[in-house]
Design a protein around this ligand. Structure first.
Ligand code: COA
Length: 434
């Protein structure tokens, strides 16, 4: 009998920006019934990246915490892949910046993967294949980070689905968080224009309804393909996790699969729980962080996994999860894995609940100011240090000098004169507001 190496996620941590905008605040400004955001989309709050946070600082922070919480030696990382749709440079990958910030070994291959919200999954799948071929021989692990700022035009229908954050994962052998099932891949690719972001724009363009249709088509195709290749069926999954552009999308996806199962079982529907009961048991526990953070594009599926791990406790250990990843453009993939075997492996190490406890609420004007300041810092190459106080002990993007992005590392942050920084911030804010 053929045996497969046990490969998967050994560690997982998230970084969530400290600032957020309540969807109630947005509803007042847009004149939309808040119930549409809460119930129609399933979102309560959206994380807002500060002007000195970008996909690089978020990725570095997520990985920095991951190493600290799981006591991982950075020297063991032989591959760093960053999945993101919000690259900060047309040539230099986010991974290079992060490699430097984390002080990883020179013997480490680094690059980015971009495919809208599929970039994180592309990175994860590639990393697990890499480990099977190379990592098992060298004893090295892969670091996979999904990091994005989801930004749509102010006043657009997609604006309430924005968010920001990063998820970092170590991929390797004897995985303690999730062992990936070794079945052949189930993917679906089609050239469509449902969501895209031209190089000259900071905000994505989306045809929302088309993206929902493409998502569901990709799900139907990959679910059927995976059923064939794995032999796994509805009853084999304790949990079903989906890419979460907004939590209601996960409900739509679950609904479609449930309907399919109703058809498979025929009129009696023997043994099948009702749609609501099944959703509450299998998917809802994996959505609470997403509802608080919004869409983080490439990391949304893994933020959902983090939600489940933090909420589920020992109850999820040993269970099987099916995961559906979707990236506009488009590419979808269905795969699965076993959680565990012991929840102690990740308890207290994910960081989502901790991040929720120290958040700062923005009013609508501050939210707009963050957007304007962030745009000004990147678009004209001006240097604007101290626009907002970074979270202490974090990485900070300080602006562009001589066409190079300038980052302050955590160590430098610790010695900063915050009074002087705040004075600079007020003056920079005044400049930016003009
Ligand atoms: N109370 C409760 N629900 C309400 C409501 C109210 N007062 N008013 C509207 N709703 C519901 C609608 O019925 C709809 O639910 P349904 O999808 O179950 O039918 C939902 O809120 C959304 O409203 P709708 O008017 O259909 O869409 P919209 O114009 O607000 O756009 C998106 C919604 C998701 C298309 C838009 O936010 C978007 O483009 N997002 C980005 C793209 C994206 O995330 N794509 C997903 C695939 S990757």
């Amino acid at each position: 009998m053929q045996t497969h190496p046990r490969i998967g996620i050994k560690a997982i941590s998230v970084y969530i920006p400290r600032h957020f905008l309540s969807l109630d605040t947005l509803a007042v400004v847009t004149g939309v019934d808040p119930a549409k955001y809460h119930l129609g989309l399933g979102i309560r709050r959206m994380a807002v990246a500060a002007p000195n946070e970008d996909p690089v600082t978020m990725a570095a922070a997520a990985a920095h915490d991951l190493f600290a919480r799981y006591d991982i030696d950075a020297a063991t990382v032989g591959l760093l892949v960053v999945g993101s749709e919000s690259g900060v440079d047309a040539a230099k990958p986010i991974a290079s910046f992060v490699h430097g910030m984390l002080g990883l070994s020179p013997d480490c291959r680094t690059f980015d993967t971009t495919h809208a919200c599929y970039g994180g999954t592309a990175a994860l799948r590639l990393a697990s294949d890499w480990h099977a071929v190379r990592g098992t021989r060298t004893g090295k692990v892969a670091l996979v980070i999904a990091t994005d700022v989801a930004r749509y035009p102010v006043g657009s229908a997609a604006e309430p689905t924005q968010g920001a954050g990063a998820v970092a994962m170590v991929v390797g052998g004897d995985p303690e968080v999730m062992e990936l099932d070794p079945f052949p891949e189930a993917v679906y690719t089609k050239d469509v224009m449902d969501f895209w972001r031209p190089h000259y724009r900071r905000e994505a363009i989306v045809d929302g309804q088309v993206s929902i249709d493409c998502y569901l088509r990709a799900l139907g195709h990959t679910w059927a393909a995976y059923e064939q290749s794995s032999g796994l069926c509805w009853d084999d999954y304790d949990y079903l996790l989906f890419h979460v552009p907004f939590p209601k999308m996960a409900y739509k996806a679950f609904h479609m699969l449930h309907q399919r199962e109703v058809l498979v079982r025929g009129a009696s529907g023997a043994g099948l729980a009702s749609l609501e009961d099944a959703f509450i048991a299998r998917t809802q526990p994996a959505l609470w962080v997403n509802a608080e953070v919004g869409n983080i594009y490439s990391g949304s599926l893994y933020l959902s996994l983090a939600s489940l791990l933090e909420a589920g406790g020992p109850g999820v250990q040993g269970s099987r999860a099916g995961l559906f990843s979707y990236g506009s453009g488009c590419c979808g993939e269905f795969f699965s894995g076993r959680l565990g075997p012991r929840s102690t492996a990740w308890e207290g190490k994910i960081g989502a609940r901790e991040a929720m406890e120290s958040r700062i609420e923005l009013d609508y004007e501050q939210y707009l100011e963050f957007r304007r300041a962030g745009a000004r810092m990147t678009l004209d190459g001006s240097f604007a240090a101290g626009v907002a106080r970074p979270v202490p002990g974090r990485f900070s993007f300080d602006g562009i000098r001589d066409h190079q992005r300038v980052y302050t590392t955590a160590q430098e942050d610790l010695g900063r004169d915050w009074a002087a920084s705040d004075a600079r911030a007020s003056s920079a804010k005044a400049q930016i507001g003009k």
